[in-house]
Design a protein around this ligand. Structure first.
Ligand SMILES: *Cc1c(COP(=O)(O)O)cnc(C)c1O
Length: 375
C-alpha cells in the first residue's frame, strides 16, 4: 500500500464524483442467484442484436488486429455524412456516445460554470460536468412525467454554459415535440452550447411530431451537437461506437483535440460500417419493440403500476416502495431491471423492452409477486 494519502493527491472533483450505475453482468447475476436463464432488461439493448452483416465484417477484419485503427474514422464519418446529410467535417466519432459527453465537458467546461440538465437523468449528463467542477442544475419532469417547459424557461434564464438533454429522455422515455423543442432551445442564452442526446432516435424519428433536430438547430445561432449511437437500435453496445453531428467544424475540431487518437478500434469501425448497410434490420427491431412496448405498458397498468409515457425501447414505472426491493425479487428469477436511485425517484424502475419471450418472463414474475401479495 502506498505511503502517500491518495485523497490529498486527487482533484476534489474526482473524489466527490458519483459512481455511474452500470448494472450487473450476466455472470455476476448467474453466480449470485444461481439461475440459468438471464433476462436482460436493464440496459436498453436490442434483443435481436446486430445485423448478420456485422459478424461477417468482424470475421473479415480478424487478420488485421496488429494494425492500428484509422484515427480519423474516415470511412465511417463519410458513411454517416451520407446518412445524416451533414458534412463529414462536422461529424465526430466516440467510443460510445458516452465518450463524446465526456470530451465535450473536458473541452468546454471550466470550474464553477453552470450546466442545466433533466431530472431524472442519464447519470453521465451530471457526472461528466461535475468531473470538471461544473455547477449542475437539474430540471425535474412534471407530474405527468413530461418535460416541464416553464421550469426549463426559468432554468435557462440565467447564464448557462451548456444544456444537456436526451430526447426522448432516458430514463423516462418522454419526448419533446418539435414545437416545444424549438421553444426550449430558443430560451437558452445565445452562447450556450446545446447538447442533444438522441440515443433512442431510431425508435421515434418516424413520429410526425418528433423534432428534426438537425434542421431546427441549424436555423438558430447557438453552438450545438446532436449525439447518436450504434449501441441501442443498431445492436452494437458491446463494441462502443457513438457519433455526434456538430454545428460546425470548429466544434468538432475541439472535440478531436481532446480525444485519444485511436478511440474507435478496428472492429468497432468495421462493425458500424457493416451495420449501416442493413437499415432493414433496425427497422425490424424498432417495429418489434414498438409493439412489445405497448403490450408491456398495458400489462403493467393492469397490475396497477403507474407507467410514464415512452417512445423509446424502455418503460419507467412506479414500483410503490423502494425500487431496489422489486429489483432484488426479480433478480431471484434472473431478471435484470434498473431500479432508479436518484432522490425523488427511488420508487421508480426502468425496464427495457426485450424479446417477446423475455418480456413475458418479466410480466409473469410480477404477476407471481402480485398473486402472493393478494393471496
Ligand atoms: C444508452 C445511452 C447512451 C450511451 O450510449 P453509448 O453510445 O453506448 O455510449 C447515451 N445517452 C443516453 C441517454 C443513453 O440512454
Amino acid at each position: 500500500m502506498s505511503q502517500i494519502q491518495i485523497e490529498k493527491l486527487a482533484r476534489k472533483e474526482a473524489l466527490q464524483l458519483g459512481v455511474y450505475n452500470a448494472g450487473m453482468s450476466d455472470d455476476a447475476v448467474r453466480e449470485t442467484w444461481q439461475v440459468d436463464h438471464i433476462t436482460r432488461l436493464g440496459s436498453n439493448e436490442n434483443p435481436l442484436g446486430a445485423s448478420p452483416l456485422v459478424a461477417a465484417a468482424l470475421r473479415a477484419d480478424l487478420g488485421h488486429t496488429g494494425i492500428y485503427s484509422d484515427s480519423a474514422s474516415l470511412k465511417l464519418r463519410h458513411a454517416l455524412a451520407e446518412l445524416t446529410s451533414a458534412e463529414a467535417e462536422r461529424i465526430v466519432i466516440g467510443n460510445g456516445s458516452e465518450e463524446l459527453l465526456k470530451l465535450l465537458c473536458l473541452a468546454f467546461i471550466n470550474p464553477g460554470e453552470r450546466v442545466v440538465t433533466l431530472e431524472p437523468s442519464f447519470g453521465l449528463h451530471q457526472i461528466y460536468p461535475q468531473m470538471m467542477g461544473a455547477q449542475v442544475e437539474l430540471v425535474p419532469v412534471n407530474q405527468q412525467m413530461e418535460f416541464d417547459l416553464p421550469a426549463w424557461q426559468q432554468a435557462l434564464s440565467q447564464p448557462t454554459k451548456m444544456l444537456i438533454l436526451s430526447n426522448p429522455s432516458n430514463p423516462v422515455g418522454c419526448m419533446l415535440c418539435r414545437e416545444d423543442f424549438t421553444r426550449l432551445i430558443e430560451q437558452a442564452p445565445q452562447d450556450c452550447i446545446l447538447v442533444i442526446d438522441e440515443a433512442y432516435y431510431e425508435y421515434c424519428h418516424h413520429l410526425s411530431d418528433y423534432p428534426d433536430s438537425l434542421n431546427v438547430l441549424a436555423a438558430q445561432p447557438r453552438p450545438w451537437i446532436v449525439l447518436r449511437t450504434f449501441s441501442k437500435a443498431w445492436g452494437l453496445a458491446g463494441l462502443r461506437v457513438g457519433y455526434g453531428i456538430a454545428s460546425d467544424e470548429a466544434l468538432a475540431g475541439v472535440i478531436n483535440r481532446v480525444r485519444t487518437p485511436f478511440n474507435i478500434n478496428r472492429s468497432a469501425q468495421a462493425a458500424a460500417l457493416a451495420a449501416l448497410q442493413d437499415p432493414a434490420h433496425v427497422a425490424a427491431s424498432v417495429a418489434l419493440i414498438a409493439g412489445q412496448r405497448e403490450l408491456m405498458r398495458q400489462q403493467l397498468i393492469e397490475l396497477g403500476y403507474q407507467v410514464a409515457p415512452s417512445v423509446a425501447n424502455f418503460l419507467f414505472f412506479r414500483a410503490g416502495g423502494d425500487s431496489r426491493d422489486l429489483a432484488k425479487k426479480l433478480l431471484e428469477h434472473g431478471i435484470i431491471v434498473k431500479p432508479w436511485r436518484e432522490a425523488g425517484y427511488t420508487d421508480w424502475v426502468r425496464v427495457s423492452v426485450g424479446s417477446p419471450e423475455d418480456n413475458l418472463i418479466f410480466i409473469n414474475a410480477l404477476r407471481g409477486m402480485y398473486a402472493t401479495q393478494c393471496g
